[in-house]
Design a protein around this ligand. Structure first.
Ligand SMILES: NC(=O)c1ccc[n+]([C@@H]2O[C@H](COP(=O)([O-])OP(=O)(O)OC[C@H]3O[C@@H](n4cnc5c(N)ncnc54)[C@H](O)[C@@H]3O)[C@@H](O)[C@H]2O)c1
Ligand SMILES: [Zn+2]
Length: 367
């Protein structure tokens, strides 16, 4: 007999009257339409997805026979206004009006793009996220940030458009490529370091079960990440304070992605390097013990092979960091762990500190 699955976890994000629910549970996709009914989502719904994602996940979703989704090209290089326009076209063709709900089925790219289309169609129509990657389930589907890239800058064009509900079904991850799955685990480690020593210990102790997507480990880990993100964005909806902690590893991570023209790393892999860099900086400042910094570096390394950085120059990375959009009022805000389960935002890091930490990662000094 199969073990009974735990009941779904229900999490509330935000404050009334703009709060919404996140439901996490194995097989929830198979109840999708009924769940949306239960959440009071209007019955006029348009599914937005990409052809490769829809082909894989549609069999696991309860949608009415004959559902005709709006499908847009797949991938980060299509996370552009042109895809938003395609979704608007599809919504118009489907006769969508202000009472129609966009049901976004896909990873972070699709969710951000369809979310922005929903935010702008008729000045905003309701949105539901059905995330299908680990990154989307633990991160991008929660928090209300939607948007697309400008050819010259990532995520430059966007809005805050919180969903009405988020349905997280970890069984949808079964078809996800190993590398994509591992990329999401770096974000899981990020949550653990900023907010939960217990989550860090679970990931470290159950890594092989997690990597094999054992639902007994995977579901509580995803639910815990959703809890952490929900707590943080509820406290700071528009990213003026605590929400910045979610950028742990992202300043250096984004710079590594940028200097390699977004071709070498999955986003999470670059964040993995960024997390270790932040840990080494915190260690050098005495904010983190060497044992803690080593434990972080070890867990990141255990997630598996990542593309090398030995050919990259630390001064190129530093240069890119200076242009990072997190430079607020000319000051660079950096998230540093102060323990395993706690972090702070500082604004006084020096180039020399960053360079020393980049050297620990193996980047070559100088231009
Ligand atoms: N809005 C936010 O707060 C937020 C937070 C984090 C990341 N993001 C954004 O998310 C994006 C990255 O998201 P991502 O990592 O999910 O990448 P992605 O959406 O490109 O998905 C990665 C790949 O997985 C495939 N895929 C999706 N679901 C699948 C499934 N169930 N089975 C098999 N393959 C599947 C996709 O086709 C794609 O090729 C970035 O654009 C980033 O800016 C946004
Ligand atoms: Zn990220």
């Amino acid at each position: 007999m199969l073990p009974a699955m735990p009941p779904p976890v229900r999490i509330t994000v935000g404050q009334e009257p703009r709060s919404y629910g996140v439901e996490v549970g194995e097989g929830l996709g198979g109840l999708l339409w009924a769940l949306l009914d239960r959440h009071g989502i209007s019955s006029r719904r348009v599914v937005v997805s990409t052809a490769p994602i829809w082909r894989l996940v549609e069999p696991a979703l309860q949608v009415p026979a004959g559902t005709d989704p709006v499908l847009v090209p797949d991938g980060e290089r299509f996370k552009l206004l042109s895809n938003v326009a395609r979704i608007h076209d599809g919504l118009l063709k489907a006769g969508a009006d202000r009472g129609t709900t966009v049901v976004a089925v896909g990873g972070g790219v699709l969710g951000d793009t369809a979310g922005f289309a929903a935010a702008t169609y008729m000045r905003g129509i309701p949105l539901v996220h059905v995330p299908t990657t680990l990154v989307a389930q633990v991160d991008s589907a929660i928090g209300g940030k939607v948007g697309v890239n400008h050819p010259l800058a990532k995520n430059l064009i966007g809005a805050f458009h919180p969903p009405r509900v988020v349905i997280v079904d970890p069984s949808l991850l079964a078809t996800l490529a190993r590398r994509e799955f591992r990329a999401g685990l770096y974000e899981v480690i990020k949550y653990a370091i900023i907010a939960s020593g217990a989550l860090f210990a679970t990931v470290a102790q159950s890594l092989s079960a997690l990597l094999s997507r054992d639902p007994g480990v995977l579901i509580p880990v995803i639910a815990e990440c959703c809890h952490i993100k929900a707590r943080i964005v509820t406290a700071d909806e528009f990213e003026t304070g605590q929400r910045r902690l979610l950028n742990l590893g992202h300043t250096v991570g984004h710079a590594l992605e940028s200097v390699t023209k977004y071709r070498r790393f999955r986003h999470g892999e670059a964040v993995g390097y960024g997390i270790v860099c932040a840990a080494r900086m915190a260690e050098a400042r005495g904010a983190l013990t060497s044992e803690q910094a080593d434990a972080i570096a070890r867990l990141v390394a255990q997630l598996g092979p990542v593309p090398p950085v030995g050919d990259l120059s630390s001064s190129d990375v530093l240069e890119t960091i200076r242009y990072d959009k997190k430079v607020v009022d000319g000051r660079l805000h950096f998230v540093l762990p102060t323990g395993i389960g706690a972090a702070v935002v500082v604004d006084d890091v020096t180039s020399a500190e960053i360079e020393r930490a980049l050297a620990c990662l193996g980047l070559r000094p100088g231009p």
